[in-house]
Design a protein around this ligand. Structure first.
Ligand SMILES: Cc1cc2nc3c(=O)[nH]c(=O)nc-3n(C[C@H](O)[C@H](O)[C@H](O)COP(=O)(O)O)c2cc1C
Length: 184
């Protein structure tokens, strides 16, 4: 796929299934993260790969976290949370791992980790692999962060769900560029 086609046509795919993309396809996705704009080339990120049985452990962690907020969680709510990571064969967790730097505030480093995530979305799309960036309350929950082994300063930027496209893809609407880009 041409680069501009990927940039103009990428869309998220919520319905993802097996199989996991081939190793070389995944390598292309991982490599794309490293061409994100990155002030100071600090590489302020790391990625956790959650696949196979680890997805069940992640679901369990979501339940544990939610129970600390609401010990009265219903069985249905627990099952829903437990099943969330099973929506794709791979969940790639982008962790912003910002460093102390005299010129690059942590906020900018978080932006770089987000840009790395967007690059991976594009690399997935360019290879006909489905992907969707999700967060939600679990991304910010201290129990989840601790269970995943994050340091105090680290943040979850994305749960990037990756897999084989199983549903239809959506029709894109053309934005009215003139309402977003104005001469100043
Ligand atoms: C930081 C961030 C967090 C997001 N979290 C969620 C989420 O938790 N659930 C969700 O349905 N979409 C979430 N999205 C939006 C989807 O990834 C997607 O971009 C959106 O549905 C629009 O579809 P498109 O990417 O095909 O344009 C998030 C996007 C970003 C940038």
């Amino acid at each position: 796929m041409q680069a501009l086609d990927a940039l103009h046509l990428r869309s998220s795919v919520p319905k993802l299934g097996d199989p996991l993309p081939a190793p070389e396809v995944l390598q292309n996705i991982y490599q794309a993260a490293f061409r994100a704009a990155d002030h100071g080339v600090l590489r302020p990120w790391r990625f956790l790969l959650v696949k196979g049985k680890s997805r069940e452990r992640l679901g369990q962690l979501f339940v544990e976290a939610a129970l600390t907020d609401n010990p009265e969680l219903s069985d249905q709510q627990k099952l829903k949370l437990q099943a969330k990571p099973l929506r794709a064969p791979l969940i790639l967790i982008t962790v912003s791992n910002s460093k102390e730097h005299p010129k690059v505030p942590a906020f900018e480093q978080d932006l770089s980790a987000a840009a790395a995530t967007q690059n991976m979305l594009l690399a997935a799309f360019a290879q006909n692999v489905g992907a969707m960036w999700r967060t939600g309350p679990m991304a910010y929950h201290p129990v989840v962060k601790k269970g995943l082994g994050l340091a105090a300063h680290e943040k979850i930027i994305a749960f990037l769900y990756i897999g084989t496209i199983t549903g239809g893809t959506k029709t894109l609407t053309e934005p009215d560029l003139s309402s977003f880009f104005q001469d100043w």
